[in-house]
Design a protein. Structure first.
Lengths: 495, 659
């Protein structure tokens, strides 16, 4: 029941928030988000570090189709759940005033849709039935669409449509594979959508490849990867930064989550077969994303594109098939969530003060707002993989594993550390340093609410930068299970 | 081929991979090793992480007295380092390696990285240098930064630097070293750009960090290669099994580590950031960009001696880079009128000497470290002296506006003169002993390199004499409103201490003490006979130095120095003024092509990739009409019906499949 409660709390919260009087909506919404956070923490305490699917619930949903309402968490799912329940209250607090400003659809709508998105995301991360996964996977698009379209800057409607069409296209392609899986299981004599049942079937290699293609394309759009990433920059540019946190830090993780759960979990042979192509795409994403980020003038577009580079690292870590690579990739998913949330939110606070997101129109902010500048710098350095901040550990692990896979792969990936330093520090240089623009209004420093929103993220970056073992203790058993299912023990990779 | 699996398989076959850091039975005072790092880290945390969020009187107190807190943590760390050093002295030679395992940093099924410390004779010397010179510079900065409104923050950054530098030195593995390595890079970035309202300072800070990151590619890949080959990066473990790796791997490791060292130590071709780094406040230039951080590359090579010993290719590369840099830096030093930049060129050059010694193998390691220490004393001394001069000259850095300052600033002059005599290698002064040994060793190993190092000594004498003459001698060329005065005691006290060390630093060589001391780390010295008796070599070096001094006297001291730099100068002078076109080369090779690439890609991403995807989907599914509807306001209903349609398709397809 624990997981059902976890999903229902924000779902109920969304409905209640939508119907309470406007003045109460924010408090009620935040209350439900806090309750969900608590439920997430309770879930974590009930989870025993050791691997395997836990806290499972299975109810037959459509018997003739073998569809189940089936939930469960393993190490991967648990971390994604925790990331979600921690980030949502932070996003709500960040949108406290902004969502109510003229031009936006109102705080009530923002809070309700955010909670709805949280519920759907939690369902995605805990679903252990493929059709259930598919339904909630598609259902995340509804709140996401309204969050992008209802809040943010001019041109957001077009961005929302683009987002939706990309995601729908991916969803439809995946649907073909979902149905294909069902056919396979029906042929095997036991029609079922349960992941555990499907994993037990020995699917022939050619079929695997077709099914893999469907899942992978959908997840590559979601993640996103080159060349199906162009919805990302448009969306992050137009949406509010709170929405961007929900999309990039939580929703996009479904892409890499899905790769681990479905591509590796159910289609191991095809995953290994596709490795050369995927590794090249990941490398292109890493380098291309960083280079394009350097060339941006819009702060939010720039931050969005850095994620293209970071998702390249995550996918690379997954597809080199080693315990260090997979563990690094999953740790990267958590770290990227924290670091990018910090970056987006502080950029949001900055833009509300300067009235522009254009880098070339800013300058000298540090003089008047040193605390804001400090957070901005730490966010940039985290993106650049500075040791001492958590993304370093995961990036180093992926580079180590990639190098081990093939020295050339590691050597290309590592170029990102120069490019990332450049985009982060060049952005900082142009926005924060210098004498400031003449005639520009003095930028006030962060207030207490804003510091309170950012501080937990900063503390997490430092804590996990020096002591990521609590996370790795959850990740490592999952990785061993996962690699064993691909047919790789801890002894090494595919020969 | 999978190298990691090989190493793990090897472990499975019974070949033990050593994983335990050396531990000669830590205990007593050595249990406090971590505190050496923790003290300045605490200072940085309070000054940077806590103070900005305080209100009222606690905040005011930290703003007003934060510099004392920062200095206190640094001094405490020095006292502790001193106690540790004495304790280590008291141990037998075999027991002079103390490990401390703090916690597991990260771990997977195949690799494990610990936050482990290693205190040995090499680390011990560095600890004294970093905390000792560091504390003196903290004291100096109390005076130097007195009127800066952000003084608290300055001391926070200084503490952060000291903590990171100590981490670099005390780490027992390469990943921990990298943590410190990047930490000092961050502190350097923050301090170069401390006056970040100046666009030049902000740009210099970024340049330093990014060029260092190019070097970090080398260090990162070296770490990855070590994991792939040995399954670990612990110094002790790698040194045990390094011999089992194939030659190609060892060559690659040596060259990758050298790339890292080049970035941090401003060696050619990654030298271009150091002169710009002089934008930082002068105490920073003294501590980070002269005495400590920039020597980390030398430390890296000496620490990795177990790798370099096995790869003559990489050793040769170190020698080549070092020799080029020691001349490169010296030439820059001859042409600069900015006193700090002249000193920075000199720093490059002197680190070249250290690198050269490190590249010569076990015979050179002790002298690399010896010169590193003496240089730490006399260069910090001279940078602080330059700061004192600037303090008296309204922050003017142009030596063409100085002249005859020895009377106005007697203490600064006398202490600076000690540093000057040390760096040119005046007999008896610290630099004399250390540089003499390096040139002598170089001559014994490779005559050509040795002669170039000898030439470098002559050039050093020339540019330092030029600097000395233009600043303290010759006629007054001061601007009208300048009234030079001696600096306050809080600034001259560190000068006096450092001047004493510059004079007396040579005692470390008494009875070959430093050689014996470092032997457990750097290995036994195989003795090569120099081509000439040592005394003759010493006399030749001294003669070359004398020629350099005399040349400066005739070319600078006896002539009138114009207040503006003459423009009708030879090509050589123009080239040296332009940093031997280091920036021009970087611009042509990296910056301009890079800018075009980035600009092109950004456009390509919007027009090309996005256009192709949109165009393609338009051809298939009528996206363009959808987008037209965006403008017409139908978007919401349209998109939602699409979503609903998709969900319907699910059910429809399922139904079809059922039938």
């Amino acid at each position: 029941m624990m997981l059902t409660i976890l999903i229902l709390l924000p779902l109920v919260g969304a409905v209640v928030t939508a119907f309470v009087p406007g003045a109460l909506a924010r408090l009620v919404g935040l209350g439900f988000a806090a309750a969900t956070l608590l439920a997430g923490v309770v879930t974590a305490t009930r989870y025993s570090v050791g691997g395997g699917m836990q806290l499972t619930e299975t109810h037959v949903w459509i018997e003739s189709l073998g569809v189940h309402y089936a939930l469960g968490v393993d190490g991967l799912g648990l971390l994604m759940v925790l990331l979600t329940v921690v980030l949502v209250p932070i996003v709500l607090l960040a949108g406290w005033k902004e969502s109510d400003e003229p031009g936006n659809s109102g705080a009530k709508a923002f809070f309700a849709w955010t909670l709805a998105l949280e519920a759907m995301s939690l369902a995605v991360f805990t679903a252990t039935d493929v059709l259930l996964f598919y339904v909630v996977f598609e259902a995340t698009l509804i709140p996401a669409y309204f969050l992008i379209g209802g809040f943010g800057r001019a041109g957001r409607g077009r961005a929302a449509t683009k987002f939706l069409i990309y995601q729908l296209a991916g969803g439809l392609i995946m649907l073909a594979s979902v149905i294909g899986l069902y056919v396979v299981s029906a042929d095997a004599g036991n029609p079922s959508f349960l992941i555990s049942d499907l994993a037990a079937i020995d699917i022939d290699p050619i079929t695997q490849r077709w099914l893999f293609a469907g899942f992978f394309i959908a997840f590559a759009i979601k993640a996103p990867m080159f060349p199906v990433h162009t919805w990302l920059a448009d969306t992050t540019e137009k949406a509010t930064t709170g929405t961007s946190v929900l999309l990039v830090c939580i929703l996009d993780k479904i892409g890499t989550f899905g790769m681990l759960r479905f591509c590796l979990g159910l289609l191991p042979d095809a995953s290994q077969w596709a490795t050369p192509v995927v590794v090249v795409l990941a490398l292109v994403s890493i380098i291309y994303g960083a280079l394009v980020a350097i060339g941006q003038d819009d702060v939010l577009r720039l931050i969005g594109l850095t994620s293209l580079s970071h998702f390249g690292f995550i996918v690379l870590g997954i597809f080199v098939f080693s315990s260090t690579g997979s563990a690094g990739a999953i740790l990267y998913m958590v770290n990227h969530g924290i670091a990018t949330a910090l970056m987006f939110l502080v950029a949001g606070f900055l833009i509300r003060r300067t009235g522009t997101a254009s880098i070339r129109e800013m300058g000298g902010v540090e003089k008047a707002a040193p605390v804001l500048a400090g957070f901005f710098l730490v966010g940039g350095l985290a993106a650049a993989g500075l040791p001492g901040l958590s993304p370093f550990v995961s990036e180093m692990m992926v580079i180590i594993a990639a190098f081990d896979h093939h020295w050339l792969v590691g050597s290309v990936a590592v170029l990102a550390i120069v490019l990332a330093a450049f985009y982060a520090l060049w952005m900082y240089q142009r926005t924060m340093t210098g004498p400031g623009r003449e005639g520009a209004a003095v930028v006030p420093d962060l207030d207490r609410r804003e510091v309170g929103i950012l501080a937990p993220l900063l503390l997490a970056l430092v804590l996990f930068g020096f002591y990521p073992m609590p996370l790795l203790d959850v990740i490592n058993p999952f990785v061993q299970d996962s690699l064993a299912s691909v047919g790789i023990g801890q002894e090494g990779g595919p020969q | 081929m999978n190298l990691l699996s090989q190493s793990v398989l090897r472990a499975a076959e019974g070949t033990e991979i050593p994983v335990v850091a050396p531990d000669a039975g830590a205990g007593g005072v050595f249990d406090l090793l971590w505190l050496v790092i923790a003290l300045p880290l605490l200072g940085a945390f309070l000054l940077l992480g806590v103070a900005p969020f305080l209100k009222g009187s606690p905040k005011a107190a930290l703003d007003k007295h934060g510099h004392l807190l920062g200095t206190a943590t640094s001094v405490s760390s020095f006292v502790l380092s001193l106690v540790l050093f004495v304790s280590l002295l008291g141990r037998g030679e075999e027991e002079r390696q103390v490990g401390q395992q703090l916690w597991t940093w990260f771990e997977t099924a195949t690799i494990s990285v610990g936050m482990d410390l290693l205190y040995d004779p090499l680390a011990a010397l560095f600890l004294l240098l970093i905390t000792g010179v560091g504390s003196l510079i903290h004291v100096y900065a109390i005076g130097y930064m007195e009127h800066d409104p952000r003084r608290r923050r300055f001391f926070g950054y200084l503490n952060l630097f000291v903590a990171a530098m100590l981490t670099l030195i005390l780490s027992a593995n390469f990943v921990g070293l990298f943590l410190g390595w990047e930490g000092v890079g961050l502190a350097s970035y923050l301090l170069i750009g401390f006056w970040q309202h100046k666009p030049s300072a902000a740009a210099a800070a970024k340049k330093a960090f990014v060029i260092n990151r190019v070097g970090d590619i080398g260090l990162s890949l070296a770490i990855a290669l070590m994991f792939a080959t040995f399954g670990t990066t612990d110094f002790a473990a790698v040194s045990e099994v390094a011999g089992e790796a194939d030659q190609g791997t060892l060559n690659a490791l040596g060259l990758l580590l050298l790339l890292g060292a080049c970035g941090k130590s401003a060696q050619v071709p990654l030298q271009a950031w150091l002169l710009d780094a002089m934008e930082g406040p002068t105490p920073v230039s003294a501590l980070i960009h002269a005495a400590t951080m920039v020597t980390a590359g030398v430390y890296l090579v000496v620490r990795s001696n177990f790798i370099y010993e096995l790869t003559p290719v990489a050793q040769t590369a170190v020698v080549v880079v070092a020799t080029v840099t020691l001349l490169w830096g010296a030439i820059l030093g001859c042409a600069k009128d900015d006193i700090k930049k002249a000193l920075a060129g000199s720093t490059m050059s002197q680190i070249g000497y250290m690198m050269l010694a490190a590249g010569l193998g076990p015979a050179g390691y002790p002298y690399a470290i010896f010169h590193l220490l003496t240089h730490g004393f006399f260069k910090a001394n001279m940078f602080l002296g330059a700061g004192s001069v600037m303090h008296g000259m309204n922050d003017d850095v142009d030596m063409r506006h100085y002249g005859a300052l020895r009377k106005a600033m007697p203490v600064t002059f006398l202490t600076f003169a000690m540093g000057y005599l040390a760096i040119i290698g005046f007999p008896g002064f610290s630099g004399f002993w250390s540089k003499d040994r390096i040139i002598e060793t170089a001559l014994a190993e490779n005559l050509f390199v040795g002669l170039l190092a000898l030439l470098g000594a002559g050039i050093t004498a020339f540019y330092m004499t030029r600097l000395m003459l233009m600043t303290f001698f010759t006629e007054k060329r001061w601007a009208q409103d300048v009234h030079p005065h001696e600096s306050p005691k809080v600034m001259t006290f560190p000068l006096i201490v450092l001047a004493a060390l510059s004079v007396l630093g040579g005692v470390l060589l008494l009875g070959d003490w430093i050689k014996t001391w470092l032997e457990p780390v750097t290995g036994t010295v195989e003795h090569h006979e120099p081509p000439l008796p040592a005394l003759v070599i010493t006399l030749i070096i001294t003669a070359v130095v004398a020629i350099g001094v005399a040349a400066a006297w005739f070319l600078v001291g006896r002539r009138e120095i114009p207040r503006e730099a003459p423009q009708d100068v030879s090509f050589a002078t123009r080239a040296a003024r332009a940093d031997l076109y280091g920036d021009a080369i970087n611009d042509a090779v990296v910056v301009r092509p890079g800018a075009s690439l980035v600009g092109g890609l950004a456009t390509f991403d919007r027009v090309g990739v996005d256009g192709a995807v949109e165009g393609g989907s338009a051809a298939v599914g009528g996206l363009s009409s959808t987008l037209r509807r965006v403008q017409n306001g139908f978007v919401r209903s349209y998109a939602l019906s699409l979503l609903a349609g998709a969900l319907l398709v699910v059910l429809a397809l399922l139904a079809v499949n059922l039938g």
